[in-house]
Design a binder for this molecule. Structure first.
Ligand SMILES: [Zn+2]
Length: 178
């Protein structure tokens, strides 16, 4: 869930970046090209559409057929960020997540991620870079004590890191414990 949400954020930031670049060169591109070759221009500039929706959000199909075979019902659900959030909230009411690593990871809802970022003023707690002053900075939520070491998805064990510091921390942690 945490990774999915971070990937979604990244996708959004990349899109922003693309529109800003296009906006900046707008006045120096002839209108003929803008009007008739917009897609090609975007391709030539090196932008490609990112569509990760069917890449890694698993889709589940459910089908019911009555014993007599006379009636049937089916539906399919894609586990995207929105549905994962709903699932996490539903499951956390039914299951005691406390002692499960997977459960602690799953408890990171989009809402909790936003709450932590807001609490930390959108500032990386490691290098102090701020998303408010640095355009398109990707912030991620980090478990201070890793979940694999018994850390919980509770507010006091969560902090905001920029993606760079988060990668560095990951590398260090594996380095030490590998
Ligand atoms: Zn940082």
């Amino acid at each position: 869930m945490n990774d999915f949400a971070a990937a979604e954020d990244g996708k959004y930031l990349l899109k922003n970046e693309k529109y800003e670049v296009l906006d900046n060169i707008k006045s120096s591109v002839p209108w003929l090209i803008k009007t008739f070759c917009k897609d090609r221009l975007i391709k030539k500039l090196g932008f490609e559409d990112i569509d990760m929706s069917d890449l890694y959000f698993p889709s589940y199909a459910f089908q019911y057929i009555s014993p007599g075979g006379n009636s049937s019902m089916s539906c399919s659900i894609t586990l995207n960020v929105k549905n994962l959030n709903k699932l996490v909230i539903y499951m956390s009411d039914l299951i005691k997540f406390k002692n499960s690593v997977a459960g602690q990871r799953a408890l990171m809802t989009s809402k909790l991620r936003e709450k932590i970022k807001e609490r930390d003023n959108y500032i990386c707690q490691e290098c102090s870079i701020s998303a408010l002053t640095t355009r398109n900075l990707l912030l991620e939520i980090d478990h201070i004590i890793p979940v694999s070491k018994g850390g919980l998805s509770s507010e006091d064990n969560l902090q905001t890191l920029c993606w760079k510091c988060n990668r560095t921390k990951g590398a260090k942690t594996t380095g030490v414990y590998a």
